[in-house]
Design a protein around this ligand. Structure first.
Ligand code: NAP
Length: 536
């Protein structure tokens, strides 16, 4: 029987990943609000609860992929590898949850299916998949930016007799590839991590690539005792660094422009960065992301490296037939990705030249060939940034549906609030730096801003906060201007633009001006009595 009793809270938080956990801690333990987190999964972790695919690991180095708000957590926790694997991140978030006793205020297996603002009550009403009803004054979405998996609509997939999985909804009990003929569609950051691991056990493995992707070696390794000691002893410096770099990482971006050095020096710097590995390759020169000529030098360097690694000349050509600048899409890093194409059990198909036509009971048909398969891996990405918010089925003031309001692309002020949706805050929402940064750093800034804002409202007896259409339009212009100073909007199929989802409006979604600039803007708003928001 459906229990229609409504459970009332001061604040409801949706999602128990990095954002939701920290938001719960601050609202409950600092502001003493009565809060609950509603979480679809059976445990904490957010994106890392669902992303358990082979090779799933964070591309940010572990000493930066961490909460910085608590010295205690930082001192007590120790990462084991240069880049944390998915299981270790879940372990970390469980450790944090236990440390602050968070789980008692999280309702697991509670997917929010309906969210409505009732004007007369100035309250949000929510309905969950477990037939429960909730209401609250404040609503904080902490649903993540890349959590709505996208399986492309390929004709005949429903007929396939083997198994298929999307990497972002990976089964908890490991998938066994041994002796299997496997196909994988998609070679983004995820696909590039999965390929080398799947290839180790699959009998035969076909990778279907549409767009080649630049990748730089991750050079993952267990952390030495000395490095662990260095991290503990330099916590304050690391915290300062992640807060001052544009991407929120613990590495600095060079101040040198590509053409300020001669070719020999340039290649030396690229070579060093390649050997060092990791996302910091893009910081080798200041203008890689902003100047096409500068970018070409990085692109050529990576192309040459791939051609040196991949022995099969046809595969090397397919893997380097780039149509976008390096780091114009989110740049992947890898462990033996290109080397994997030297294995005898691995086959590469260029589906830009031989597109997939359909899937049937036994495999994938392209225009020119047919591939028998036991198992298909979809590493095909996400309805990013807006998908998970729209899925909450949100109705704001005057029965305004979020889906309709965002028909032509997301409109927000600072990526924190949406006009017409009062008292709703969106952690790392579209229009904020989010996915262009090290996520926990961006998350901490947002969660702290939202907490300060709610505290201000309580202290000053305000009941309602909402931004305006005008402000969201002005902010939209700033987001575009920041993006246009980079090469990012020039990339055709980028999910930053929503271009990976057929029919999705194409608007550059994240703020590319860098975290410190963005934080300054947010602080200015806060210090001017939340200028740009209407408080009543
Ligand atoms: P993605 O970057 O969107 O890549 C999706 C891949 O699937 C692309 O190769 C794409 O080809 C292909 N694809 C999509 N639709 C297709 C279709 N209909 N037919 C054929 N191919 C299709 O997704 P992702 O690799 O899952 O990565 C998404 C984001 O998640 C990353 O950019 C990153 O921000 C995050 N991520 C982070 C980590 C981490 O370490 N923290 C790890 C993995 C992912 P096209 O390029 O041609 O569209």
């Amino acid at each position: 029987m459906v229990n229609t009793q409504i459970r009332h809270y001061d604040a409801i938080i949706i999602g128990a990943g990095f954002s939701g956990l920290y938001q719960l801690h601050l609202l409950r333990d600092r502001l003493k609000l009565n809060c609950i987190v509603l979480e679809k999964g059976e445990g904490v972790g957010g994106t890392w609860y669902w992303n358990r695919y082979p090779g799933a690991r964070c591309d940010t180095e572990s000493h930066a992929y961490t909460y910085f708000f608590s010295d205690e957590i930082f001192n007590e926790w120790e990462w084991s590898e240069r880049y944390p694997g998915h299981a270790e991140i879940r372990k970390y978030l469980n450790f944090v949850s236990e440390k602050f006793d968070l789980k008692k205020d999280i309702s697991f297996k509670s997917e929010v299916i309906k969210t409505s603002y009732k004007q007369n009550d100035n309250k949000w009403f929510l309905e969950t998949s477990d037939d429960l009803f909730y209401s609250s004054k404040f609503l904080i979405s902490a649903v993540g930016c890349i959590s709505t998996a996208n399986i492309p609509k390929i004709r005949g997939l429903d007929k396939f007799k083997g198994s298929y999985f999307h990497t972002g909804n990976w089964p908890k009990n490991d998938v066994n590839f041994e002796g299997k003929i496997v196909g994988q569609i998609g070679t983004g950051s995820t696909g590039i991590q999965a390929v080398p691991v799947i290839a180790e056990t699959a009998k035969h493995f076909t990778v279907f690539q549409r767009t080649p992707n630049y990748s730089v070696p991750a050079r993952n390794k267990p952390l030495s005792k000395d490095f662990k000691k260095y991290v503990k002893e330099n916590f304050n410096d690391l915290r300062k660094t992640v807060k001052k770099t544009p991407n929120g990482h613990a590495f600095l971006i060079s101040e040198t422009l590509v053409h300020e050095v001669d070719e020999k020096e340039r290649l030396k710097r690229y070579e060093n960065a390649w050997e060092k590995g990791g996302l910091q390759f893009r910081g080798t020169f200041k203008d890689i992301i902003s100047d096409k000529r500068a970018n070409d030098t990085a692109s050529e360097f990576i192309k040459k490296k791939i051609k040196e690694i991949v022995k099969n000349k046809e595969y090397a050509q397919i893997l380097t037939n780039f149509d976008h600048p390096y780091a114009g899409k989110r740049p992947p890093i890898d462990t033996n990705y290109f080397e994997t194409f030297n294995r005898e059990n691995v086959h590469l198909v260029d589906i830009r030249n031989d597109p997939i036509k359909f899937i049937d009971e036994y495999g994938i048909a392209t225009e020119k060939n047919y591939y028998n398969l036991d198992l298909i891996v979809f590493a095909t990405g996400y309805d990013a940034m807006t998908g998970s918010l729209i899925k909450l089925n949100i109705t704001g003031e005057n029965n305004l549906k979020l889906e309709d309001y965002w028909k032509e692309g997301p409109k927000t002020y600072l990526g924190l609030q949406i006009p017409g949706f009062p008292n709703l805050f969106t952690i790392t929402g579209p229009g904020s730096p989010s996915v262009l940064t090290n996520m926990p750093t961006a998350i901490e800034q947002h969660v702290e801003w939202v907490t300060d804002c709610i505290k201000y409202m309580i202290d000053n007896n305000y009941e309602k906060i909402c931004t305006t259409d005008k402000k969201s339009q002005e902010w939209g212009k700033e987001v575009n201007e920041a993006a246009n100073k980079t090469l990012l909007p020039t990339v055709k199929h980028s999910w930053y633009l929503g271009a990976n989802i057929p029919g999705k409006p194409q608007v550059f979604m994240p703020y590319a001006g860098g975290l410190p600039v963005y934080k300054k803007i947010c602080d200015h708003v806060k210090n001017n009595n939340y200028d740009g928001f209407v408080l009543t």
